[in-house]
Design a protein around this ligand. Structure first.
Ligand code: HEM
Ligand code: HEM
Length: 208
C-alpha cells in the first residue's frame, strides 16, 4: 500500500521551519517537511521522563523501607514535574511553528484521528502531572522541585485525595492506551506506508 507521489504543492503548510526534502529523499511516500530538531528533542525527552516517572512509581510498589519508598516517590514526582515543564516548552515551540504539513496521501479520517490522538496526549501530558501535584497537596505531602517548595494547588483533604488518586491513575491508564495506539500508528507509517514519518522523528544520528 504505497501512495502515489504528490504534486510539489500538495498540502500547503503555514511554516516551513527546516529545509524541505525531495520526495526521493523522503522515502517511498512523500514526507516533505522535516520535523524541527527542537520538537524531536522535546518529544523524546518527554517520552524518557514519562518512562522514568512510571518506573519510579512501579518500583516503589515493590519496595520495602520508608526511606527508600519516600525517595522513589520523590523521584516519581521530579520526573512527573519534568514532563510538565517539557509540556510547556513543547507547546511554546509548537505554537511558534504553526501547522505542520501532514504526509501526503493520507485521507482526512486518518489525519483527523492522528490530530485527535496528539491533542488528547497533550491534554494528558498537562493534566496528569497537575493531578499528581494536587494529589500530593491533598495528601498533605508538599511538592518540592530540586529543593524548592512549589505552591499548593489544593488544601489537605483525605476525601479529595481519594478522588484525585483515582483520577491520577485513570489519566495514567488513558495516556498508556493512547501511547500504545500512537506507537502502533508510528510502526504502521514505518513498515506499511514507508513514508519516513517515524524516521524523521528519530534523533539525527540514527536516521538512515
Ligand atoms: C506525568 C507523569 C506521571 C505519571 C505517568 C504518573 C503515574 C502514576 C501512577 C501510575 C501512580 C500509581 C497510582 C496508584 O497506584 O494509585 C501514581 C501515583 C502517585 N503520583 Fe504520579 N504520575 C505522574 C506525575 C506525578 C506528579 C508530577 C506528581 C506530584 C508532583 C505525582 C504524584 C503522585 C503521588 C503522590 C502518587 C501516590 C503515591 C502513593 O500511592 O502514595 N505524580 N502516579
Ligand atoms: C512515550 C510517550 C510518547 C508520547 C507522550 C508521544 C507524544 C507525541 C505527540 C504529542 C506527538 C505530536 C507532536 C506534534 O506534532 O505536536 C508525537 C509525534 C510523533 N511521535 Fe510520539 N510520543 C511518545 C512516544 C513515541 C514513540 C515510542 C514513537 C515511535 C515508536 C513515537 C513516534 C512519533 C512520531 C513518528 C511522531 C510524528 C507524527 C507527526 O509528525 O505527525 N512517539 N508524539
Amino acid at each position: 500500500m504505497t501512495p502515489s507521489n504528490p504534486s510539489p504543492d500538495a498540502v500547503p503548510s503555514a511554516t516551513m521551519p527546516s529545509e524541505p526534502v525531495s520526495v526521493a529523499d523522503a522515502g517511498a511516500a512523500s514526507w516533505r517537511q522535516p520535523r524541527p530538531r527542537s520538537l524531536v528533542a522535546l518529544h523524546w525527552l518527554t517520552a524518557l521522563a514519562l518512562v522514568a516517572a512510571v518506573a519510579f512509581i512501579l518500583v516503589r510498589g515493590e519496595a520495602d523501607g520508608r526511606a527508600l519508598r519516600q525517595w522513589l516517590l520523590e523521584g516519581h514526582r521530579h520526573f512527573g514535574l519534568l514532563v510538565l515543564a517539557l509540556f510547556f516548552l513543547r507547546i511554546a515551540v509548537r505554537l511558534r511553528l504553526g501547522r505542520l504539513q501532514a504526509p501526503a496521501g493520507m485521507g482526512w479520517v486518518v489525519r483527523a484521528a492522528a490530530a485527535l490522538t496528539h491533542v488528547a496526549m497533550y491534554a494528558l501530558l498537562l493534566s496528569l502531572p497537575l493531578l499528581g501535584w494536587a494529589l500530593s497537596d491533598a495528601l498533605a505531602k508538599p511538592v518540592h522541585l530540586l529543593g524548592l517548595s512549589l505552591p499548593t494547588l489544593v488544601e489537605p483533604d483525605p476525601d479529595l485525595a481519594d478522588t484525585l488518586q483515582a483520577w491520577h491513575l485513570d489519566a495514567a491508564w488513558a495516556l498508556l492506551a493512547l501511547v500504545t495506539l500512537h506507537v502502533g500508528a508510528a510502526l504502521w507509517h514505518h513498515f506499511i506506508r514507508r513514508d519516513g514519518v517515524l524516521r524523521d522523528m528519530l534523533p539525527k544520528r540514527t536516521r538512515k
